[in-house]
Design a binder for this molecule. Sequence first.
Ligand SMILES: [Zn+2]
Length: 377
Amino acid sequence: MTLKQYINKFLLFFLLFSLSSQYAFGADQITDIRCWSAPAHTRVVLDIRGSHSYKKFTLTNPDRLVVDFKDTSISLSQNKIAVDDGFIKQIRFGNFKKDVLRIVFDLVQSTETKISAFSKLPGKTDRLVIEFFHPDLKELAEKKRVKIGSDLKHNKIIVIDPGHGGEDPGAIGPGGTMEKDVVLTFARSLKKIFDEKEGYQAFLTREGDYFIPLRDRIKIAGDYGADLFISVHVDSNHNRKLRGASVYCLSLKGASDEAARCLAEKENASDLIGGISFTQNDDLNFTLLDLALTNTINSSLRLGSLILREIKSVHPIKFDKPKQAGFRVLKTTEIPSVLVELGFVSNPDEERLLKQKKFQVNVSQAIVTASDQFLTR
Ligand SMILES: [Zn+2]
């Protein structure tokens, strides 16, 4: 083959390739379906490329939710996904007509649903999130928490919040460790040590791999009438050498520094990544003159300093005093609340350490000791 023939062949190949890829990208396509089951809701996430126009309707006998997509293909090898979480039996999909892709949710019983579209986040495609709500169960769970709280009113109640969950993995370490998993394991260890202490009872905001909106997490603590709220996270940085634990509190008048502001921004993005269509009304309107809030923040800062002092004896810390920024999960006028970053999952040594039982127990013990000092002082 001469060079000219070779170039011609290459150009032809290039032209065909670009035409075919144009065609493939021109049509709408669903590239993945993920399902996250919580005690009172199920959230189904569709990764979708294209305009994603859909039509939603319900069918009865048996109960089904149907979502039809026009001119859309699906790139999954199977044609159904078993869910069996007590609300959805399974999700089936296929071409209902030549140009209509139909997704059918076989339901255990009819339920409230909501579909929200989320545009691209870095490293993600556009997403459609289909939520199946069970308001009666949600209400029941709230009542149960209030009842437990009043039954235990002579105890100190601690609510531990494992950050992220479900669609929101949080930070991911070089070895693939996900923040949402490592903080859930840690939260269980922390709960166990609180529960073993006389006069203490701890509860978690989430017990599994699902996402709870940031505002709901602090509300759960309020239902229990919690004495303390501790949100547990792990840090991440492009500088893999960074390590150490840190503690953060709410600030109403700007962040302590740029790093704290960035961290709060990253943690506050959780709702969006987790598939929650956040509305302005969900946020509480605080003012700088709110005395109760100022007192609560001052208490939180005292608790944070004690936690750092105790952690320091078992694990390096980044700084001696808590830093402050506008963390949405910490917005409460009533409960001293801190956000603890246990260490850097981006540091390969700390990534390994975070998963070790000994580390989890030592740091848990430090947090329990500090909390006890704070509450009994
Ligand atoms: Zn986090």
